[in-house]
Design a protein around this ligand. Structure first.
Ligand SMILES: CC(C)(COP(=O)(O)OP(=O)(O)OC[C@H]1O[C@@H](n2cnc3c(N)ncnc32)[C@H](O)[C@@H]1OP(=O)(O)O)[C@@H](O)C(=O)NCCC(=O)NCCS
Length: 205
């Protein structure tokens, strides 16, 4: 059971990262596939994400999952809120009985620099010290991941990453960031973890 990371946030909310080492048959025997995925590795990631939902809460009702027009998967009766992400050989999921949630995993890559103008504001450039230093790729990836997690937490699409998700500060000791989500005028706390090859972010609010 290659659980890479597990975090029981409280009585009602849990998250996990799965390192995918199994074949598709393992997951297909345990979880239903919820959308057509042609590419074999993407299909494996999709199945592993679904697998984690019941790994975290064994009574999670797979059969009730619906997909919104925005592509967000959800349970109509809101028995659980959940969010899924995958990257490379990793799948991550967060499941909560009472809070809306969003999660994202990313493997830091150099090419993120080329698209930073699409998601980083001038203020964020300054407070996250993104102009220089040897870990800029990782810090940019973290910022991208935070905004993806907020996007998924919101779930309704049509979010401008610079205009609507405004990061205000980072607390490295607590591994949190704060942001103002301008679409709904909410203050959010985003949690993050840096692993060797991976960045994890989540929102629960
Ligand atoms: C939907 C999106 C967040 C998925 O991110 P990704 O990096 O491609 O993939 P991830 O593996 O992290 O996440 C995929 C999962 O997100 C979930 N998801 C898809 N659409 C979603 C939505 N609208 N809301 C919440 N969750 C969503 C699904 O569970 C999906 O996995 P599954 O289909 O296997 O169940 C991304 O494609 C996207 O649209 N981002 C917004 C981009 C944007 O607007 N940028 C503007 C600034 S440049």
């Amino acid at each position: 059971m290659p659980v890479f990371f597990q975090h029981i946030i409280n009585d009602t909310t849990r998250l996990g990262i799965w390192k995918i080492e199994e074949s598709e048959d393992f997951f297909k025997g345990n979880v239903p596939q919820h959308r057509d995925v042609t590419h074999p590795h993407k299909r494996l990631q999709h199945l592993a994400g679904r697998f984690l939902l019941q790994f975290l809460f064994p009574d999670f009702p797979y059969e009730l999952i619906k997909i919104a027009d925005t592509k967000k998967p959800f349970l109509p009766n809101e028995q659980y809120h959940f969010s899924i992400s995958h990257c490379g050989d990793y799948a991550a999921a967060i499941v909560s009985k009472d809070k809306r949630v969003g999660i994202d995993v990313e493997i830091p890559v150099e090419k993120i620099k080329k698209i930073q103008h699409k998601f980083v504001s001038a203020y964020e450039q300054r407070i996250f010290n993104l102009q220089s230093g040897n870990s800029v790729d990782r810090r940019l990836t973290l910022l991208w991941s935070v905004k993806e997690a907020v996007y998924k937490w919101f779930g309704d699409g049509e979010v401008e990453f610079i205009e609507h998700i405004r990061l205000q500060n980072i607390n490295e000791g607590e591994e949190t960031m704060h942001c103002f989500f301008a679409k709904t005028s909410e203050e959010l706390t985003i949690h993050y973890r840096n692993f060797d090859r991976l960045v994890l972010t989540w929102v629960c609010s």
